[in-house]
Design a protein around this ligand. Structure first.
Ligand code: IYR
Length: 223
C-alpha cells in the first residue's frame, strides 16, 4: 500500500532573474567558508548548534531512514580526552603511517600532530553513521548510508558557516576511539567525522593554496 502523500506547500518559486541573484549570492557566501585550525575559546550557545543539527537532519537520505546520530560535545573533560587520543593517533600518522606521498600532499596545509583546537573550540560534533534502523525492537537495513551521512555532514558544515561559525572537518584514523568517548560503542554505529565549530582565533589563517579553487571549466561539462 502506498503511504499518504502531502501537497508540496512550502516550495517557493522565484523568477529566473531572482534565481540567478540567489545562486550568485549563495556562491559568494559559501566561498567564504574555509577550514580553520585556530579557534577561540569563546562560548557559543547550544541553541545555535541545535538549529544546525536540525538542518543537517533534513538532508536527503536512503528511504528516509536518517541513518545518522550526532553527539555535540561541549564538556572540557570530554574534549580533553578526544584531544589526547586524536593526538596520539596523529603522532603515528605524521611519523610515517601516512606514507610519503600523503605527507607531501599535506605540506601546503602545514598540519601536524598537535590539535589544540580539539580542546579550545567550544563545540566538537561527532557524526555517527548507522547501519540499521532500530525501531520499537525491529531492525531494518539502512541504505546509501555513506552517501546520506556525507550529505548530512555537508548540510551541517554549511549551517554552521551560515550561522557565522568557523569549522574544521577532522578524521583521525582510526576513529573508533570516538565511539567509546561519546558513549556510542555499539555494533550498529560507526564514527564518520568530527566537526569542530567555534569562533576563529584572532590569528587564524588559511593556507594560500586553499583559496585556489578549480574553475567551472575544470570541474564541469555542460552537454
Ligand atoms: N587527519 C590528519 C591529516 C590530514 C589529512 C587530510 I586528507 C587533510 O586534508 C588534513 C589533515 C590531521 O588532522 O592532521
Amino acid at each position: 500500500m502506498t503511504q499518504a502523500h502531502l501537497p508540496l506547500t512550502d516550495f517557493i518559486e522565484y523568477s529566473a532573474a531572482e534565481m540567478l541573484t540567489r545562486a550568485q549570492d549563495n556562491y559568494q557566501q559559501v566561498k567564504r567558508r574555509h577550514s580553520i585550525r585556530a579557534f577561540s575559546d569563546r562560548a557559543v550557545p547550544q541553541a545555535i548548534i541545535e538549529q544546525c543539527i536540525l538542518a543537517a537532519g533534513t538532508a536527503p537520505n536512503g528511504a528516509n531512514h536518517q541513518p545518522w546520530h550526532f553527539v555535540a560535545i561541549n564538556r572540557p573533560d570530554i574534549k580533553m580526552q578526544i584531544r589526547q587520543q586524536a593526538e596520539a593517533l596523529e603522532q603515528a600518522f605524521y611519523a610515517g603511517r601516512a606514507g610519503a606521498e600523503w605527507l607531501d600532499a599535506l605540506k601546503p596545509l602545514g598540519t601536524n600532530a598537535d590539535k589544540p583546537y580539539l580542546e579550545h573550540a567550544p563545540w566538537l560534533i561527532a557524526v555517527f553513521s548507522k547501519k540499521r534502523m532500530e525501531e520499537a525492537g525491529e531492525q531494518k537495513s539502512n541504505y546509501y548510508v555513506h552517501e546520506s551521512v556525507g550529505i548530512a555532514t555537508g548540510f551541517l558544515i554549511q549551517a554552521l558557516h551560515h550561522a557565522g561559525l568557523g569549522t574544521l572537518t577532522h578524521t583521525p584514523k582510526p576513529m573508533s576511539f570516538l565511539s567509546k568517548v561519546c558513549g556510542r560503542d555499539n555494533d550498529n554505529e560507526r564514527p564518520y567525522m568530527l566537526i569542530i565549530a567555534g569562533y576563529p582565533a584572532d590569528d587564524a589563517t588559511i593556507p594560500q593554496h586553499a583559496v585556489q579553487k578549480k574553475s567551472l571549466d575544470e570541474i564541469c561539462d555542460f552537454i
